[in-house]
Design a protein around this ligand. Sequence first.
Ligand code: FEO
Length: 398
Amino acid sequence: MKHEIKKGVYWVGAVDWNLRHFHGYTYSTRRGTTYNAYLVVDDKIALVDTVEANFADDLIRHIKEVIDPGKIDYLIANHAEPDHSGGIPRILELAPNATLIYSRKGADSFGKYYPPHDKTTIVKTGDSVSLGHKTLQFIEAPMLHWPDSMFTYIPEDALLLPNDAFGQHLATSYRFADEGPEQLVWDEATAYYANILTPFGPMVIRKIEELQKLGLNIDTIAPSHGLIWRKDPMRIVHQYVSWARGDAGPKVIIAYETMWGATDRLAHAMADGIVSEGLEVKIFHAPETDHTDIISEILGAKGVIFGSSTHNQYMLPHIASLMHEVKGLKFPKKLGAAFGLKGWAGGAVPEIEKDLKEAGFEVAMEGLAALKWQLSDDEWSQGVEFGRTFAQKVKAAL
Ligand code: FEO
């Protein structure tokens, strides 16, 4: 079935219903994904991006529903990561005279992934290719989300093809965001930003400012994953700016790992204190919650408290794994704190505090580290008070 998203512009990608992990095992894609490729048919014909290699048959079948793939004149490769470039060898087999186009940084990445192609053109921001009535304009977008990433813009169609930016990992039979369940689309867009783009917030802001200065007229944003933004397309752009700035709500996330249950009880005592200050709180036991979900929740929360029992002088392994991810993501403008019970010797709380600092969090208060073995009623009150004090600091920082 043909999917014409604009006159002469076709979605020719693939839906991966069964993908459950992305970027290795760092991101759980429980709802699959799509690899979006777009065929632009004019006097000349361009294919913008391809698909993951195992889905190249789908790509070629979709192209054949519109034109003979041998007629492709330009293959635009916005980004070398294999989920978008894996179909390049098959397309160049069918269209050996096509010109392969990628960014200046792409010279490194594509050169390593694929053998040299005789007709290759390297482009920079401001370069363009005329297809006849339509023009492909190129905008380098380093770190959204790799150094080689670039956007392709078709001014005649007010259509932005931003590759990985503004996407969602969501397999559906719909092609447009306004056709699908709105909350689900936004939940997946949130997870996508939180788990992939969070470290690149300053670049996100700069790139969006640059797009605004270029004065692009945009009425449709067609990313390389998930659904196409056609209704109010700038909403996702403005949301990206907000996330990149570190805007967050009156919410606290408590993520922890417990050995014999006392650190779990302390988490719940803290939650009581946070709620008493009027803030929303969510509690996650790290071994039993997908870290992709915890990270998605952290994006919208001003405060995060991490906890762990001490085991062999260190924090427990699942919370350590979560802290490792949080250190890499570098969420902006978050307040953090640490807690955890110990047995004979401690170690987890100072270790978490060190990680919080490395992650760029402001450590809002000294961690709750002195409690041992089980939580007495008096100590429960200490936990409530800790939560209350942390919530007050979060409210002051909002
Ligand atoms: Fe950077 Fe969708 O790959």
